[in-house]
Structures are given as C-alpha cells and as structure tokens.
Design a protein around this ligand. Structure first.
Ligand code: HEM
Length: 677
C-alpha cells in the first residue's frame, strides 16, 4: 500500500539502472541497521511517536509542487561522483530525528551560541552530505523561496535515497519547520551507537517514542572500526578487498547485484550467516534468546512485508516531534538560523505571489527588518519582584471595562496591534498630540479604549509606581480581553519600555487597510516580521468587535467600479448592510465584524469567510483571493477552533515581540498619553 510502483519508471533519468543498483548496494550496507531497527518497531507493535503533528504529503502541493523532483535532481547529480551519498543523507535524517525531533538541527554550524550536533561523537568526522543538502536548499530557494524547510529536505532526501537504492518509495509527510537551536549533548546521548548493547539501543528507541514495548532492536550508525570476530571470515576478506584504506567508494559498483529485489532479503540472510557488518546488526540475530531472531528469520524470506514495514517505520521516525505551525522557522540557509535580529521566523520567506521580483523585495525586507526589529529580552516574570500583583490589577480593570461595555475587549486588542505595527510595541499609539498616531488615518475616529488604558495605568501606578510600562499594559490588556471574551490565555512576555516619540506617518504607511488585497497585507505583516500564519490567525481577532460603514461600504453598491456589490459578499448580507449604510450616510454607523457570534472569541469568523460573510475586503480576501495558503488556513481554522486559538496566542506573542524597547531604551511613562517631562 505504501509502495509507489510508478516511481521505478524514472530510474533511467539518473544515470542508468546499473549505477543505481550499485549505489543501492552501498546504501544497503549503510542503511541496513536503520532498516532493521525501524522494521522491528512495527513488527513488535511499538507505540506511536510522540507527535503526528500536522504533517501531510501534500504540504507543498501549492507552494512548491516540484519539491521532490528538485531534490531528486540534486541527489542524482551527487550520485555521479559519490555513490555513498544516499546512505549519508539517510543517516543525516535519522541522526536529526533522534535529537529534539526532525527539525534540521543536525545541519546547524557552530556559532557563538550554537554548539553544533555535527561535532557530537556520533557525527564528528562521520556525518556527511551537508554540502549536498546545501545544494538542495539552494535549488529549492531558487524555485520556491522561503518555503521548504531543511528538516523536510532531509526527509525527502532519505526517501529518494532509499528508492534509488532499489528500496521502496513512499509519500513523505511534510510540513516540518527548522529549529532555532542545536543540541550537542542530546546528540551524544540520544543517538544509538554501533557498540551499545541491545538493551541500551532499545531504550534509545523508546526515548523518542518509537518503542514502548522493549522489543526494539539496535540502531547503529555507519562507522569504521576493527573487524568483529563474529564476522564471517570470507565476508571480512571480501570487504577488506573491496574497501581498502584510502580506497575509492566507486569500487562498490563491482558489487552490483543482478536484481534490485535482493538487498533487503540479503541483509537478513546475511545475519543468519554471521555476515552482519556492525555489532549491532549481528546482535539482532546472534544475541542468545533475543526476541529479534524470529523476525530476522521471517524477513529474510519476506521482502514485501519488510518493505511495507520499513516504509511505515520511516514515516514514524520522520514524525518524531516535528516543529509545525509557527514554531521554529524556515531557514534560508540550512547551516544557520535566520538572522536573530529579525526576532521572528520565516518572515522573509513569505512568497510574494504575483511578484516577479521576489529576491529584490526579500532583500529589501531583510534590510528593513534589520533596522526596525530587534530580538527582545522579554520574560513572563519581569515584574515578579517589582510589581507582583500586576496581572491581577490589570485583569480587574479590564474586567470592569468589559462589564461596562462588551466591545471594549475588541478595542483593547486592536490598540495593542496598532501599537506594535508602528515603531514596535512601545505604546507610541497612546501619545497625545495632533501629530500623534491617534490622528493617523487607521486610528482617527476609530481606535478606542485610551481612557481604559489610562485607568489601568493609574491603578498600577498606585501599587508599583514608575515600574510598569504602558506598552506592557497594552500587551496584558489584550491577552485578558481575549480570555474574557471566551478565547484562550497565554503567558504574556513583559519588559517593554515606552517610546519617546509617536510616528503618524509610520501609522499611515504600516497599518494594513481594509481595502487592501491579501498580498499587500501579507507584505505589511512581513515588514514587521510576521508570516502568513500570523496574518490569518491574527485576523481572527475580527471574531469580536465592530467596524464602521466607511470601512466596508465600498463593497455594497459599486465595488471596484463594477456598478454592483462585491460578488464575494453574500447577497442577503449585502442587502442588510445597504440598509445600515446608505450611500448618503456619513459612514460612522457600526456593525459586528463577526455576525455569527458577535462578542465571543471563537472561530466563527473563519466560518463566515467560507460563506462569503466576511465584512471587510481584507477579511474576505483571506478566503476568496487566489492565495491558497491563506485559504487553506481559513478552512483549517473554520473546522478547528482549538488550533485557531493556539495559533492566535502564538501569533499574539510574536506580534508582542515586534521591536520592543528594553534595557535603558525609552522610559517608563508615568502617564500613558504623554512622555515624562
Ligand atoms: C489583517 C489586516 C487588518 C485589517 C485590514 C484590519 C482592519 C480593521 C478595521 C477597518 C476595523 C474596523 C475599525 C473601525 O471601523 O473603527 C478593525 C477592527 C478591529 N480589528 Fe482589525 N484589521 C486587521 C488585522 C487585525 C489584527 C491583526 C487584529 C488584532 C490582533 C485586529 C483586531 C481588530 C479588532 C479587535 C477590531 C474591532 C475593534 C473595535 O470594535 O473597537 N485586526 N480592523
């Protein structure tokens, strides 16, 4: 069921069958331990790995449909000069997944802050193929910039390698993201070693969720070392002849078997005749009383079952703790995390749909963000000694305000958003003055809740004077507003300081407009370091609150000069709104952004979009434009409220991290509407 017979048709594209089968033999020797070990996970009914996450083989269908072909192409090239590379790449995937999950952490180079896994004992002078991964990444960046993670490249490369070695093909679940860190000590302790006892090896499998039944077998790396006394002497002599020290790997072409169907069965047969290459291989068969012996015997004569089990096991291994959603990032370069000064991930990598100048634009964004975004040192216990009751004080004030006007929850959330998008989350929006942000187009006669923020500030000052910033109050009040409207809570990161200036021009330019198309909005989010998931998740804030007729009446009568309403607005909603917002009106009447459940923080906003009931152009565009990524997310959130609420919380944290002032920058305002004198 997992095999993909069609794949065998493409063999000849990569240098001919003979070379591939030669390579297969090489890979066979390199992969056998992995093959056997993983197989046994299934055979003995090991428990599921700890995260099945949201990986799917169709993950890149829209965004990078040729991802596998591109990787195949680079692999085929590499095989011309290095027949062993498939084995090496498969081992990279394996060594990646066993350390903090399949997150590309093994690919990271040393830096001041990163102790690479490359130099861990199981990898040092042994893990290889990094340059080929770089080539794959470069080819993918060329074809679909910023889309494919390095972790997924490893997973696909492993599958391609196995297939090209004459093994099975399978649909690789995809959608992993890349880690921001490496874990050398984890690599030292988690990766099975060829010399370890069967029990230790089993426990290492169990530790990553591949086995809870203690019936697993060893997994070993590909190492050199002294010949094992249990090694069949004829085989040893043959190996020594084929692989002289300093020899050239291409000699293995002489081992080309007659058919591609022998290597898996041969591997098991080899164990039966003491021809396992590594100690950990041979132990599967030679450990007295081992529960693995029967399996070896069985699979030495049952290739089909072995292939199927192997595929299932590879998929299970690839599912070890992947980073998904907004976790991690999509690295630009597999060897290093994206520039830390961006303070966010994947933001540079938003594909600019319909733009023929992605690279220039991306560079521009990179430079822009280097200027405007800094990595924060925010923490969630920032005020634990200086204002220990802070969270209670704010919660009480927000509660009071919402009790007196339900809509205030929405208004407070929006204030935090409009603050963060302009000069970072520095409370600049709260400053009075005709040249302030309050008078910028997106805020004038629209942003509200200033008096509530001031009331919170007064309450806080009365208990901890001069300590808590207005920027932090906005962040906490936004979180509480979501919670008190029925959404999920999150730990707010704190430690922001208040800006000394407002930026009205910035507010006019940077805040998204309801009339903008989805690509423009995505770009505005990218400019502050937020990605497409952030766009869609955060737009879900429109599950509560109100909007004025002026922000959507362009859709009601003469949309884009068509002389008719917007066809992506439900017709009965159009007529309701035409009544509410007649052309002659001043545009100041308001209606609910989410007609389905006006004051409840739920996923009905997304359900509305599916039914053409988004209020603003910018809302409906998330579902009705040609952007399939946003459409997909809308669809997902419309059926999965919990995921929406989780993603929303994550995105709020990311948004709250936009260029905060910390340390001695800015000040702690005494009053939120004016800078200290
Ligand atoms: C994606 C781009 C966005 C656009 C174009 C947009 C635009 C708007 C507009 C035009 C309104 C109505 C304002 C009025 O009539 O006075 C509004 C309301 C609101 N927006 Fe957004 N918004 C966007 C994203 C967000 C985000 C990221 C958040 C928060 C995380 C948010 C939270 C809100 C809330 C809660 C309201 C209701 C405010 C109230 O009732 O006082 N919006 N938005």
């Amino acid at each position: 069921m997992f095999l993909d017979p069609k794949r065998h048709l493409i063999i000849n594209r990569f240098g001919g069958i003979e070379r591939i089968f030669s390579f297969k033999m090489m890979v066979d020797k390199a992969l056998h331990v992995l093959v056997a070990s993983l197989f046994f996970v299934i055979w003995f009914g090991g428990s599921l790995p700890n995260a099945y996450a949201q990986l799917t083989p169709t993950f890149y269908d829209e965004t990078c449909p040729n991802v596998s072909t591109i990787i195949q192409g680079v692999l085929a090239q590499a095989l011309q000069t290095d027949p062993r590379i498939g084995a090496s790449l498969t081992r990279l995937h394996f060594h990646d997944c066993f350390v903090d999950g399949c997150d590309g952490s093994i690919l990271l180079d040393n830096t001041d802050t990163i102790e690479s896994e490359k130099e861990a004992v199981p990898n040092n002078n042994s893990a290889r193929g990094f340059d080929v991964v770089d080539d794959m990444k470069a080819a993918l960046e060329n074809a679909c910039p910023g889309i494919v993670s390095c972790a997924d490249i490893l997973a696909i490369a492993a599958e391609e390698s196995v297939f090209l070695a004459g093994g099975p093909s399978w649909k690789v679940p995809l959608g992993r993201r890349d880690s921001l860190i490496a874990n050398r000590s984890g690599a030292n302790s988690s990766i099975p070693a060829p010399s370890e006892s069967l029990d230790v090896l089993k426990s290492k499998f169990a530790a990553v969720g591949l086995n809870t039944s203690s019936d697993l077998v060893a997994l070993s790396g590909i190492g050199s070392g002294n010949p094992d006394p249990t090694l069949n002497t004829t085989y040893l002599a043959a190996l020594q002849k084929i692989c002289p020290q300093g020899g050239n790997g291409s000699v293995v072409t002489n081992l080309d078997p007659a058919t591609p169907d022998t290597f898996d069965r041969n591997y098991f047969s080899n164990l039966q005749t003491n021809e396992g290459l590594l100690q950990s291989d041979q132990e599967l068969f030679s450990t007295p009383g081992a529960d693995t012996i029967d399996v070896v015997n069985s699979f030495s004569s049952n290739q089909t079952a072995f292939f199927e089990s192997f595929v299932v096991s590879m998929i299970r291994m690839g599912n070890i703790s992947p980073l998904t959603g907004t976790d991690g990032e999509i690295r630009l370069n597999c060897r290093k995390v994206n520039d830390v000064s961006t303070g966010s991930n994947a933001l540079l990598l938003v594909p600019m749909k319909g733009s023929g100048c992605y690279n220039g634009y991306s560079l521009f964004l990179t430079m822009l963000m280097l200027c405007v975004v800094s990595r924060s040192q925010l923490t969630n216990d920032f005020y634990s000694t200086t204002c220990p009751k802070l969270l209670q004080i704010v919660r009480k004030e927000v509660q009071k305000a919402i009790k007196s006007e339900t809509r205030m929850a929405a208004s407070l959330i929006r204030l935090h958003f409009h603050d963060c998008f302009v000069n970072g989350c520095d409370a600049s929006i709260l400053l009075d003055g005709s040249d302030g942000e309050k008078f910028a187009l997106p805020n004038i006669n629209s942003a509200r809740g200033f008096e509530v923020v001031e009331a919170i500030k007064t309450a806080v000052e009365s208990q901890c004077s001069g300590v808590v910033s207005c920027a932090d109050i906005l962040a906490i009040a936004a979180r509480d507003s979501v919670l008190l409207s029925g959404g999920k809570s999150w730990k707010v990161l704190l430690g922001r300081r208040d800006g000394l200036v407002a930026n009205q021009t910035g507010a006019n330019a940077k805040l998204p407009s309801p009339f903008e198309d989805v690509d423009t909005i995505i770009n505005k989010f990218a400019a502050v370091g937020l990605n497409i998931t952030d766009v869609v998740a955060l737009s879900g804030a429109h599950t509560i609150g109100q909007a004025k007729c002026a922000t959507f009446n362009n859709r009601l009568f003469n949309f884009s000069g068509t002389g008719a309403p917007d066809t992506t607005m439900d017709s009965s909603m159009v007529s309701d709104l035409q009544t509410l917002c007649p052309l002659t009106d001043d545009g100041n009447k308001t209606t609910a952004l989410d007609r389905n459940s006006t004051d409840l923080f739920d996923n009905h906003y997304f359900q509305n979009l599916l039914n053409n009931k988004g209020l603003l152009t910018s809302d409906q565009e998330l579902f009705s434009s040609t952007n399939l990524t946003t459409k997909d997310l809308v669809q997902t959130y419309s059926t999965n409220q919990s995921l929406f609420l989780d993603d929303f919380a994550n995105s709020m944290i990311r948004m709250g991290n936009i260029s905060p002032l910390t340390g001695s920058s800015g000040e702690i305002r005494k009053k939120c509407s004016v800078v200290n004198s």
